[in-house]
Ligand binder design. Sequence first.
Ligand SMILES: Cc1cc2nc3c(=O)[nH]c(=O)nc-3n(C[C@H](O)[C@H](O)[C@H](O)COP(=O)(O)O)c2cc1C
Length: 175
Amino acid sequence: MLEPDFHVYAAIKGLRVVRNFTDRQLSADDLEAILDAGRWTGSAKNRQNWAIVVVQDRTQLDRLAECGDFTTPVRNAPTTLVPVRLPEAYEWDMGRLAQNMMLAAAARGVGSCPVTFHREQDAKAVLGVPADHGARYGITLGYPDFEAEREARSRSSMSGRKSLEALVMRDRFEG
Ligand SMILES: Cc1cc2nc3c(=O)[nH]c(=O)nc-3n(C[C@H](O)[C@H](O)[C@H](O)COP(=O)(O)O)c2cc1C
């Protein structure tokens, strides 16, 4: 069991995507810590029906970037993780895996951004993923380029969240 920890709560609430990175590759320690956080993610019936492809080869990263419509973060980042959905994996579990790795990354000073491979079949072909597995999303990782990030955020309209009032319903769905 975990002791109550204000920092964990602050990290969960404060996590924001990072799309601008320095060229510096992740240290081996940071990468392993992030992957190990993923490894410890709970899954339905503890099936762990997943694998993670670590992509750091620039040619492979550029190929992957071609597989989605908003993949600039893949081009900007030195590393992209591709969580592979094994047969019978639940989407719920895949989301937990991704979020745990993003939070672990933040805890190590590593920025991250989920990306969608809209042409999933192409992404699977790039990575050699079998037909009955899934590879719909990636997570870009790198050390944040804070100045570029601040500049991009000042131009972006995509931020904030719905209010609790708009989100939460009591006892029955309303709407
Ligand atoms: C399933 C999923 C797919 C996403 N795909 C992309 C993507 O293809 N490209 C991108 O730049 N951001 C992508 N994002 C990041 C979202 O745009 C981001 O989570 C959202 O704007 C909130 O950002 P914030 O937490 O920094 O406020 C994706 C996020 C999720 C959860």
